[in-house]
Design a protein around this ligand. Structure first.
Ligand SMILES: *[C@@H]1O[C@H](CO)[C@@H](O)[C@H](O)[C@H]1NC(C)=O
Ligand SMILES: *[C@@H]1O[C@H](CO)[C@@H](O)[C@H](O)[C@H]1NC(C)=O
Ligand SMILES: *[C@@H]1O[C@H](CO)[C@@H](O)[C@H](O)[C@H]1NC(C)=O
Ligand SMILES: *[C@@H]1O[C@H](CO)[C@@H](O)[C@H](O)[C@H]1NC(C)=O
Ligand SMILES: *[C@@H]1O[C@H](CO)[C@@H](O)[C@H](O)[C@H]1NC(C)=O
Length: 402
């Protein structure tokens, strides 16, 4: 048990935002509105170094962001944008993607979010062969905004409640489902141990990729992805200080994962040293289940799980979770109302669902990354259908490319 306490301290307690890595804390209210993106030279490959980018700015683009995920540029092109928890946002518009973390500054011993600006970020075309650096600043462009609205009579979309259609599809799914045993076949790769590094997000994302490869290939392809490569090389996350499955899946699209043998797990930060010649495994179509942050729910998760395989989820680890030894975990029944910001601090892999045959209580089956000695052989079950500890707030899915 001592070792479990240690993981708790490192992965969940010591770090300020834990798997919620940067000190930024920017939610919808502070991001919605008009932005000016200042973009540098294009034509780079994905090795472009955007750290500290300020100049030269060769192009400026004005972007309007509407709740929850619609974006327009000043030419009237329509696209989407995704708030990544409270950390930053991605815009996909006019055949290009833009991602940057929200800005934060250190004032004395404390960090302050500057939600009206981004840190330097990465922009690239959809094909991923034309990269540029950029940064964003919020602007007041009432005139431009009106022009766009008049042209499009824009209707802001609503967050996704459980629609009658998805409720019906979900109702027709099996009452119990577990990717560890589908017709006697186990599609889930072995439980691992992140040890004293806040890399849960890398294990959850790697586990999703590995399992989905098995699902897509009728269990033929059995590889182990290197979480260490994500820790050391992924500039969309903060190594052992944390990260998000959405952005790790973006990494798998932009840079590709390598296998464990290329860079074995050490549970330590370090420079990016993965051999260039290691085989890269790419993913695509990364997205939040429900399409935007806040659009997730139980029915959509069940449908996605059964259709495409295990997915990365996150939840809030409270003290009592640390003494979990088995059974259906509950901490608190949260309100059923839509809350576009729900605190989570640990990322894990959703592999199934079921219900207790005596009490009829519904649960999710989840793979943790604290070794097989923890919980139910490395897994836990947690109450399903009430957004228990925000477990139904931020599921991420992505598709491996064969
Ligand atoms: C971030 O902001 C939200 C909403 O304003 C707030 O509820 C939360 O406590 C803040 N802090 C962290 C660490 O997420
Ligand atoms: C992350 O950024 C550093 C600094 O620009 C760079 O050396 C490294 O190669 C980047 N990682 C990847 C995977 O591109
Ligand atoms: C990336 O750029 C920053 C700022 O110019 C610099 O400090 C850093 O050394 C660069 N990293 C690499 C790997 O070149
Ligand atoms: C830092 O934050 C703490 C807790 O909110 C506060 O007590 C302290 O005064 C802050 N320090 C500075 C230098 O702002
Ligand atoms: C898949 O690979 C893992 C790790 O090498 C191994 O433990 C497991 O037994 C393999 N599974 C199958 C079905 O081959």
């Amino acid at each position: 048990m001592a070792s479990i306490t240690k993981y708790f301290l490192i992965c969940v307690f010591i770090l300020p935002l834990v798997y919620g890595d940067t000190p930024g804390n920017c939610t919808y209210d502070s991001i919605l509105g008009s932005w000016e993106f200042s973009i540098g030279e294009t034509g780079h490959d994905n090795s472009v170094n955007c750290t500290g980018f300020t100049a030269p700015v060769l192009q400026k683009l004005t972007i309007e962001l509407y709740f929850p995920d619609v974006a327009f540029d000043n030419y009237g092109n329509k696209g989407v944008w995704i708030l990544v928890y409270n950390q930053g946002f991605e815009v996909v518009l006019n055949n290009r993607k833009y991602f940057a973390f929200s800005k934060y500054v250190k004032s004395g011993e404390n960090y302050t979010s500057v939600c009206s600006e981004t840190l330097p970020g990465w922009s690239h075309n959809i094909d991923g062969n034309d990269w540029a650096c950029y940064y964003g600043k919020k602007i007041n462009t009432k005139d431009r905004l009106q022009t766009v609205q008049v042209k499009y009579t824009f209707q802001p979309p609503k967050p996704a409640p459980i629609t009658s259609q998805s409720a019906q599809i979900a109702a027709n799914l099996p009452a119990e489902f577990d990717w560890r045993n589908v017709g006697g076949v186990n599609y889930v790769t072995p439980v691992r141990n992140q040890a004293s590094c806040g890399s849960c997000f890398a294990f959850a994302s790697a586990g999703m990729y590995e399992s989905r490869l098995k699902v897509m290939t009728a269990n033929e392809v059995n590889i182990t992805i290197s979480p260490q490569d994500v820790v050391q090389c992924c500039n969309y996350s903060q190594g052992c200080s944390g990260g998000f499955p959405y952005l790790v899946s973006k990494y798998s699209e932009d840079f590709g994962f390598v296998e464990e043998t290329c860079l074995p797990y050490t549970a330590q930060d370090g420079p990016c040293v993965s051999e260039i010649k290691c085989k890269r495994h790419y993913g695509t179509k990364y997205r939040y289940v429900g399409d935007f942050y806040g659009g997730c729910n139980e029915a959509l998760m069940k449908i996605e799980l059964v259709k495409n395989g295990p997915m990365a989820v996150a939840f809030m680890v409270y003290d009592d979770f640390m003494s979990y030894q088995g059974g259906i975990y509950h901490h608190t029944g949260l309100q059923d109302k839509f809350n576009p910001f729900e605190i989570t601090n640990h990322a894990v892999l959703l592999v199934g669902y079921g219900y207790d045959h005596d009490t009829k209580e519904k649960f999710w089956i989840v793979k943790n990354s604290w070794g097989t000695g923890w919980g139910e052989e490395g897994y836990f079950r947690i109450r399903r259908g009430n957004d228990e500890c925000s477990i139904e707030s931020i599921a991420v899915e992505s598709t491996p490319i064969l």
